[in-house]
Ligand binder design. Structure first.
Ligand code: GAF
Length: 394
C-alpha cells in the first residue's frame, strides 16, 4: 500500500476512490526559455507525487500530506516529515490558502475559474520527488491533484490544455511567476521519451530517449541546497527578458534568431540585459541542436558538450548557478561524463551528467569526493529513467 493510501485511511477513516500519480522532471536542455516562448526538452522522473482521493460534499476540500507545513514559500522549503498536516478550505480566492496546500487550493481555484464544476474532495498526498531540488516537486503536486479532480468529476479538459491551467494556479494563486515547463513535463511526458515542447504553440513532439539501449545513463546530483524563488531572482530574470524583448521590438526573445543575436545585442545598452538575451537565444538553439541529434542517426553522446555549454551559459550569462553546482559539473566532466549541467530554476537544486552506464559508479564516486571536500554533506545521487506523465494508478 502506498503512503498516500495509508494516510487517507488514517485521516479520513475510509478507502480512497482512487490513486493518481504525477512525476517530477529533469530538463535535458532549455532552461528559462519557457517564459520566453521558446523550446524545452524535459523528461519525467520515476519519482512522483501520489494523491489518494475520495469524494467530499460539494464546495468542500480537505488536503493532508506528509509534507511539513512550516513555510512562507512552499516551493522552496516544502519537506517530508513523519507527521501529516491537514488543511480544509471552501471556495477561495488567490492567496487565501498558503503553504503547501496552496498548490492544491490553486488547482481547485483555477478549475473553477475556467468554469468547471469541481467536485468536493478529500486528498491525501505523499511525494517521492525531492523537494526544493530543482526537480519540480510543486508541479508534481499540482498535476496529481489536477488529474485526480478531472477524473473524479468527469471534467472535460483535454490533456494539452491542462499544463496552462496548472501554471495559472502557480502564477496567480501561489504567486510564483514561473513558466509552463514543469507542469507540461509532469502532465505530458511519456516513458522512454523526452518531451520537445514549443512553449508558444504548446505543440509537442515525443522524442525517443532510451539511454540504456545506448549504454548511457543520466545521473542526477542533488546539491542539497534548496533552490528558492523567494528572493525574487527568478522574477528579476523574467522581467529582464521581457524588457529586452520590448526594447528589441519582438513579442518574446524566442523571436530573436541565432543569426540575429549580434545585431540584437548591439541594440542593448545594458550589459546584464545583453547576457540574459544571449543565454535565451543560444539556449533555444541548443534545444534544437539536441533534438536534431536525438532524432538523427548519429551518436547520442554528441549532446554532451551541448549540455555543458548550456551550463556555462547559465553560469556566466544568466548567472543563476552556484559554486557547488559548478563544482559538480566540473567534477563530472573531469571524471569522464560526456556533458553536465545544472537543471531547473537555479540558485541551488540539482545537476545532471550524461555518462557511460558502465562508468556510473566510478564517475559518481569522483563527483561525491570533490563535493564532500567542499560541502558539509554528500550530495544525493540517482539515475534518471524517462518515465510516464500524470495518470491514474488505480
Ligand atoms: C522553474 C520554473 F518553474 C520553470 O517554469 C522554468 O522557468 C525553470 O525554472 C527554468 O527553466 O522550474
Amino acid at each position: 500500500m502506498t503512503a498516500a493510501e495509508s494516510l487517507f485511511r488514517k485521516e479520513f477513516g475510509a478507502e480512497p476512490a482512487g490513486l493518481w500519480a504525477a512525476p517530477g522532471r529533469v530538463n535535458l536542455i532549455g532552461e528559462h526559455t519557457d517564459y520566453n516562448e521558446g523550446f524545452v526538452l524535459p523528461f519525467a522522473l520515476p519519482q512522483r507525487t501520489i494523491a489518494a482521493v475520495g469524494p467530499a460534499p460539494a464546495g468542500e476540500w480537505t488536503v493532508c500530506s506528509t509534507f511539513d507545513a512550516q513555510s512562507d514559500h512552499p516551493a522552496a522549503t516544502l519537506d517530508r516529515t513523519e507527521d501529516s498536516s491537514r488543511v480544509s478550505f471552501g471556495v477561495t480566492e488567490p492567496g487565501e490558502v498558503t503553504g503547501w496546500a496552496a498548490y492544491a487550493a490553486g488547482i481547485v481555484w483555477a478549475l473553477r475559474d475556467a468554469g468547471f464544476d469541481v467536485p468536493g474532495a478529500r486528498i491525501a498526498l505523499d511525494s517521492e520527488v525531492p523537494v526544493g531540488s530543482g526537480l519540480s516537486s510543486s508541479a508534481a503536486l499540482e498535476s496529481s491533484v489536477l488529474t485526480a479532480l478531472i477524473d473524479l468529476g468527469g471534467l472535460d479538459l483535454p490533456l494539452e490544455l491542462r499544463p496552462a491551467l496548472a501554471q495559472r494556479a502557480e502564477n496567480v494563486y501561489v504567486g510564483a511567476p514561473t513558466g509552463i515547463l514543469d507542469q507540461s513535463a509532469s502532465i505530458r511526458c511519456q516513458a522512454g521519451r523526452a518531451l520537445f515542447l514549443d512553449c508558444r504553440s504548446y505543440e509537442i513532439k515525443q522524442i525517443p530517449f532510451d539511454l540504456a539501449a545506448e549504454g548511457l545513463a543520466i545521473l542526477v546530483i542533488n546539491s542539497n541546497a534548496p533552490h528558492q524563488h523567494v528572493d525574487g531572482e527568478y522574477g528579476a530574470r523574467r522581467k529582464s527578458c521581457e524588457e529586452a524583448a520590448r526594447i528589441l521590438g519582438v513579442p518574446a526573445l524566442r523571436d530573436v534568431p541565432l543569426e540575429g543575436l549580434a545585431d540584437a545585442l548591439a541594440k542593448l545598452d545594458d550589459d546584464v540585459m545583453r547576457r540574459r538575451v544571449r543565454h535565451i537565444v543560444t539556449e533555444d538553439a541548443r534545444v534544437l541542436d539536441v533534438v536534431a541529434t536525438l532524432r538523427g542517426d548519429g551518436d547520442v553522446r554528441a549532446i554532451g558538450p551541448v549540455l555543458t555549454a548550456g551550463h556555462a551559459s547559465l553560469r556566466d550569462d544568466f548567472q543563476i548557478s552556484t559554486d557547488l553546482l559548478d563544482l559538480v559539473v566540473d567534477a563530472a566532466v573531469a571524471a569522464g561524463a560526456y556533458g553536465a549541467r545544472m537543471v531547473g530554476g537555479g540558485f541551488g537544486g540539482s545537476a545532471i551528467a550524461l555518462v557511460d552506464a558502465d562508468r556510473l559508479d566510478e564517475i559518481t564516486a569522483a563527483i561525491v569526493r570533490r563535493f564532500t571536500a567542499a560541502a558539509p554533506a554528500a550530495p544525493r545521487t540517482f539515475v534518471a529513467v524517462p518515465s510516464a506523465g500524470a495518470h491514474r494508478l488505480g
